[in-house]
Ligand binder design. Sequence first.
Ligand code: CS2
Length: 503
Amino acid sequence: MSTAPTTTPRLSTATSPVGALLHHRTLGPAGTGIVHLGLGNFHRAHQAVYTAAALAREGGPWGVLGVAGRSADVADALRAQDLRYTVAEVSPAGLRCTIPAVHTGALVAAREPESVQRALAAPGTRVISLTVTEHGYTYSPRTGGLHLDHPGVRADLRGNRTAPRTTLGRIVRALQERADGHGSPVTVLSCDNLVGNGDHTRRLIEEFVAHLPESEGAPLRAWIAAGNVTFPNTMVDRIVPATTDAERTAVAEALGVRDDVPVPAEPFTMWVLEDRFAASRPAWEAGGALFTEDVEPYELLKVRLLNGTHSLIAYLGALAGCDTIPQSTAHPFVTEAARAVLLGEYLPSLTVPDDVDLDAYVDQLFTRWANSALGHRTRQVGSDGSVKLRQRVPDPALLHLRAGRLPHHLALTVAAYLCCLAPPAGFDPGEHAAAMTDPARERLAALRARATDGPSFAAAVLDDGLLGNALPEHPAFATRTGEFIDLLRTHGPRAAASEAARS
Ligand code: CS2
């Protein structure tokens, strides 16, 4: 895994360079106030860094027990490094390495389910935070509700209290333990890119509880309704790619230690949260977090302008043979399409928060996407499009369609996604598209195989509920999407983007 010379000492409590540590408090298992589900790079470069700032400012029982879902790689490496890792902030201006040092444990839910459940239910756990990706909420894109056909959801509903398989199952079973036992309140804090992520999580949890036998569900429902659990909405933002050997080498050179699991991240970071915590919280404002009454305008701004545009950049770029987002935005036709969808189609669908300078925000987005030192891959942004696009595309598209306008660049986004994930026979979307993973891949391929052309494929996909139930009421959107599919196939992404620009 590591490229550092074998003589380089491994990162640990003893070898952490003092100047790189973001705080100097002593944390022990008794100081675990947060259990975080989703031990991926994003959590380690975002919430963990804010928590380190909070600890530096005022201390407190805010150690984080990180829980990976299935893969043991990160958890095992962290355990071998006394739970330490480096955040390698990369930009063309240089490299800055810091060590958050906020974790008090690292578990793997599939391997140690009982320990995870114990931690989630422990009275000292005041916050259960989550970065499990859109996909991890086991919800149906069609209905927006709980995915009742999901095997994990079905198994968890049947009642395994000690070893649930899904994130929602884990949380509900832990809440049950809490309600039946010590009764300490807790905050469930979604940090994923879902619009209204806290409300969404609450709805899914309530739906899960509603499907439990009444004798179990009723007391839990009452306990939650009494205010013992809160679900603040949050907006999270930081571009955090997957780790490569480049960061391992850079960290070894910069800090003189071998870190097998450093996290690359851009310098920009933002976190906006509703201040509704059931049992206190860390002083995350010390790291620059913004607490507000209403997060929605920030969420819409971010999920649409950043994430929505990001999807178009990733799919057009992948189809143009680009490995990374900065390589994509180096193509003027990609940047023009990105500007068009951002300013012409996403922006009119939201209200910019008063304290955001829109021009500066948009300029900054293009600078962030152009960060060539970061190497954020098109395949990473393009993966899981079936659950990501559901959050990004339908509401803005419906707004335009209902006003009698055809949102050409949103149709192009969906078309480019479908060409990457379910390419028509005889069309090769290239290695970057082929490397994208998506739970809907097989289903899309089956729909593709039955379709006769782009429009019939797009109509079948939309009728199938990929982007919810309302878009099929506007067949013009499927037709336009299908026309772009055919154009992408016959003339490529540049031609499709100029057709969208002319429309
Ligand atoms: C990206 C996000 O992969 C994606 O879909 O749009 O991960 C994006 O990089 C982050 O949300 C930035 O905060």
